[in-house]
Write a protein that binds this ligand. Structure first.
Ligand code: UD1
Length: 418
């Protein structure tokens, strides 16, 4: 757990890399397998730490789970345990996604409040109020969210904010409720669309995913299925920004470029050449990036998970950039580490103003979450000398074969175990 990376700056990344399935999809799809008795098979699963953690959660609920490379098989019993209050649950945010399926299948769910990345306060009020609209009672008791419902029934629900997790829990409860649910101001992320595709292949009746209004007609039971996980747009975006920042030439496969429309448009504004294909894209850059402003927003806005990469490219760009964080209030902790690398950045509320400099300089830095960790490594590729990036277990939670992929692209990086 105490591994660190040694990253030596200067190389221009070049070559090809393929992304695996999305972390933020596979964990929800694994939880959705709870909805149907029998064996569900997921392919294109990323080999990241959070997948075995989710296996532990499902095993704790009575499932059998087999991880075989990029394939995960989940066998769900007729009778599930309804208490998810064991240690694996608290270790990552996505564990809260068992709340909807357990409430629907068992009529009762106890799920310990999740841990996960330190990127700001992450309340569950919208998850709770959504389930309450469906007829459940919910409360927080001894550090766990408890939901109880003799019978879920369809309802009209409008979210205060298009929360990804709340949309997922409402969807996975409403698919087995009596009658029609209309969910408005729903999250539109590609991972939500992926979840709906899988639920539909299980027999769910859903329309409108990918738009702000999703309509769900509840069914009596769902069947197990086979499903391929959507590619990871955040990993793909990380390679895109790394290519541009190191003035490289990288082709990324395994992802439809439309899921990264705005991040790639921003790279074009910064001066990169971007070519898109059906299942991939190529980013080329032969000069110092130009400064560009960014503001994070729910999809299709600029993803908050790529905000560290936006800060990274701005730190070495020509000119001044303003980056505005609208989703998670504590995500600018990353800026303190960028200051150690010599970045000229000032945080003001939920904005950070960055004056680009010619080159960052190496030092020791600490990852505080998955994306901040990856952002620091990418920034270190633009620093003079060798940077030590600590707490890289965060990166291992979300980026499969991170070091190997970067080495393949020509980066000087090695893992050091303590
Ligand atoms: C998911 C992703 C995360 C990504 C985020 C936004 C997973 C495991 N994580 O997180 O990588 O950065 O979407 O794209 O998929 N909120 C409330 N009350 C609620 C729920 C959310 O106030 O009941 C707030 C949050 O504090 C946050 C905002 O809504 O400020 C967005 O959160 P949400 O979209 O729910 O993100 P997650 O599902 O937690």
């Amino acid at each position: 757990m105490k591994d660190r990376f040694l990253v030596t700056g200067g190389a221009r990344l070049h070559g090809s890399v393929r992304v695996d399935g999305a972390k933020n999809s596979v964990l929800k799809l694994m939880a959705a397998a709870l909805l149907a008795e029998g064996t569900t098979t997921l392919s294109n699963c990323p080999e990241i730490l959070d997948v075995p953690l989710m296996r532990d959660v499902l095993v704790g609920l009575g499932c059998e789970v087999e991880i075989d490379g990029s394939t995960v098989r989940i066998t769900t019993p007729a009778e599930l345990k309804s208490n998810a209050d064991f240690p694996a649950v608290t270790q990552f945010r996505a564990s809260v996604c068992v709340l909807g399926p357990l409430t629907a299948r068992c009529g009762r769910a106890v799920v310990s409040l999740p841990g996960g990345d330190a990127i700001g306060s992450r309340p569950l009020d919208m998850h709770q109020s959504g389930l309450e609209k469906l007829g459940a009672s919910t409360r927080i008791l001894h550090g766990a969210v408890v939901a109880e419902a003799a019978n879920l029934r369809g309802a009209e629900i409008t979210l205060d904010f298009p929360s990804v997790g709340a949309t997922e829990n409402i969807l996975t409860a409403a698919v087995l409720a009596d009658g029609r649910t209309v969910l408005d101001n729903a999250a539109r992320e590609p991972e939500i669309v992926d979840l709906c595709l899988m639920l539909r292949s299980m027999g769910a009746r859903i329309e409108g995913e990918g738009s702000p209004t999703i309509t769900i007609d509840g069914v009596d039971r769902l069947n197990p299925t086979t499903h391929e996980v959507i590619g990871d747009r955040i990993v793909a975006g990380t390679w895109a920004y790394a290519a541009a920042m190191t003035r490289g030439d990288v082709t990324v496969g395994g992802i439809a470029p439309r899921y990264l429309h705005l991040p790639l448009e921003k790279l074009k504004l910064a001066g990169a050449t971007v070519d898109t294909f059906e299942k991939g894209f190529r980013v080329r850059m032969d000069h110092r990036p130009e400064a560009t402003d960014y503001q994070t927003l729910p999809y299709p806005g600029f993803p908050t998970d790529l905000q560290p990469m936006a800060i990274g490219i701005s730190a070495v760009a020509e000119g001044m950039s303003v980056i505005t964080e609208n989703v998670f209030e504590s995500r600018f902790r990353f800026v303190d580490e960028m200051l150690r690398l010599g970045a000229d950045a000032t945080v003001d509320g939920h904005h950070v103003v960055i004056r680009g400099i010619e080159q960052l300089s190496s030092t020791s830095v600490w990852s505080s979450d998955i994306r901040a960790g990856a952002g620091l490594v990418i920034a270190a590729l633009c620093a003079e000398g060798t940077t030590e990036v600590h707490d890289v277990f965060h990166i291992d939670r979300g980026y499969p074969r991170f070091v190997e992929n970067l080495q393949k692209l020509g980066a000087e990086i090695e893992r050091v175990s303590s």
